[in-house]
Design a protein around this ligand. Structure first.
Ligand code: NAI
Length: 470
């Protein structure tokens, strides 16, 4: 099945944040685009926003003046919905309301050609349910772009119960021709990204609620150790706490109150207070006074670099730490064992999801310090550690000194199961695995979706494989 021909007309309904961006994507690929918005002046406003964006690209020499002119000339604003009738593909990006979307598609199907493909950019409404109101639900598919549509590569191509395979495949090919990374998904709540990403927010909110650390420390760990572009709290502030809270609530209720999607009381409080993030000047951070808070740094007093460490067994993903140690002239002795670092009387272990206190007691370890997962131990700037309740202060200092000596900032967490990065990544991988298990999509597509849609530094399933799934 091939994608749409370049000369095929594409219509976009709704010229807001998403619709205008989608119109630009289709026009950039060479299609004549018809843009309709029900609100007077909205389509023109959408075009002038595009114009500004393209001007920026021109000034940064990313496009030529001719390309800019061509793109804009290909987009034609139409005043009546009926004017989109020549379109072979109609993409709807209007208000997120089931009844209104159904009404618009019903109208469009009444005057468009029989084989016109109808695509909805909905982020949370069931494609099956929108289609239920249509005469030809087989022609309806989800075409879920990510914000900003001009930049983010992912397009989830979502099939409802009635969507024919050829319609989904045509849209998939078309998105590919437009330079996007399409993935197929079954119409289930949150599709892929909005479902698999839930633990990124949920686990950080739980860590905060459980007193693991403050907001800026947790953000710094997720960025500088986990390799995520933004920490969860600064990201929620950017998205808008009301928007993020609403998506969580929808996913939670759609999965019949499955507790792993439980919304957070902390977030509910902030929304109730009107602290919605950047847009209201305050959320997890206060934006009214300029700078965000910086993470609390653990500055080691009188850094004592160990002369040697003994490594028992294989450290798995954490092996690169040993190279860093050798580079600092720390002698690394190796012995058979279960993957631990012995550092004086401190036993350092990669977090295994238990409380350090429980693990220490079970394994009869006198001074246990857990360290958190990192995306890349060789290059990460930060490492989080946490100690068992029984661990002596001097053993904690030895752990801090070791990580400081090999060039890492050290963040101390309270003793919380799974720490921050390990816990979040494991829960992301778990959600991803469940999504595949429920046949929503292919395993490879989850990793593509999370990297191309929300910029994750590694696909959650690939990350789980690196860590070894057990
Ligand atoms: P928006 O509020 O920026 O734009 C919606 C536009 O649709 C407005 O200009 C409005 O006048 C127009 N509109 C409303 N009802 C209409 C109708 N009956 N006929 C024609 N035009 C109508 O909204 P946004 O953010 O662009 O969202 C649009 C859709 O895209 C929603 O379904 C949303 O869930 C989805 N989406 C939004 C993303 C985001 O980050 N904003 C990301 C991915 C999907």
């Amino acid at each position: 099945m091939s994608g749409l021909d370049k000369n095929s007309v594409v219509a976009v309904i709704g010229a807001g944040t998403m619709g205008a961006g989608i119109a630009q994507v289709a026009a950039t690929a060479g299609h004549p685009v018809l843009l309709f918005d029900a609100q007077d002046g909205a389509a023109k406003a959408g075009i002038s926003k595009l114009d500004k964006g393209l001007q920026g690209l021109l000034e940064r020499r990313k496009i030529s003046a001719e390309t800019k002119k061509d793109i804009l000339e290909r987009i034609q604003v139409v005043d009546k919905l009926e004017d989109i009738s020549p379109a072979e593909l109609v993409i709807e990006a209007i208000v997120e309301d089931l009844g209104i979307k159904q009404a618009v598609f019903k109208t469009v199907q009444a005057f468009c050609a029989e084989k016109t493909i109808l695509a909805s950019n909905t982020s949370s409404i069931s494609i099956t349910e929108i289609g239920a109101a249509l005469e030809k639900p087989e022609n309806l598919v989800g075409m879920h772009f990510f914000n900003p549509a001009q930049i983010l590569k992912l397009v989830e191509v979502v099939s409802g119960l009635a969507t024919t395979k050829s319609v989904a495949e045509r849209v998939y090919q078309t998105a590919g021709n437009w330079g996007k990374k399409p993935v197929f998904a079954k119409s289930t709540p949150g599709f892929i990204v909005n479902r698999v990403a839930r633990p990124f927010y949920a686990e950080s909110l739980r860590l905060l609620q459980e007193g693991a650390a403050d907001v800026s420390t947790l953000d710094a760990i997720m960025r500088e150790s986990g390799g995520f572009r933004m920490g969860p709290f600064e990201l929620m502030d950017l998205i808008g706490l009301d928007v993020n809270f609403a998506v969580t609530n929808t996913v939670f209720s759609s999965y019949f109150s499955d507790p792993r999607f439980s919304p957070s009381l902390i977030q509910q409080e902030l929304v109730a207070a009107g602290r919605l993030g950047r847009k209201s000047g305050q959320g997890f951070y206060d934006y009214q006074n300029g700078e965000n808070a910086k993470p609390v740094e653990v500055v080691p007093d009188q850094l004592k670099i160990p002369a040697e460490i003994t490594v028992f067994g294989d450290l798995g993903v954490a092996e690169p730490l040993l190279e860093l140690a050798k580079n600092k002239e720390i002698k690394v002795n190796r012995q058979a064992g279960e993957g631990v670092i012995q550092l004086g009387d401190c036993t350092l272990v990669l977090s295994n999801g238990l409380f350090a206190t429980v693990h220490a007691q079970r394994e009869k370890i006198k001074n246990l310090v857990f360290f958190d997962l990192a995306l890349d131990y060789a290059s990460c700037q930060r490492i989080a550690i946490c100690a068992a309740d029984q661990t002596s202060d001097s053993a904690i200092k030895q752990a801090r000194d070791f990580f400081s000596a090999i060039g890492k900032q050290v963040s101390m967490l309270d003793d919380i199961p799974g720490m921050a990065v390990m816990r979040t990544v494991c829960m992301l991988a778990n959600e991803a695995a469940d999504t595949v298990n429920q046949q929503v999509c292919q395993a490879e597509d989850i990793d593509i979706a999370m990297q191309a849609g929300v910029n994750y530094p590694c696909g959650p399933l690939q990350w789980a494989d690196q860590l070894t799934v057990d």
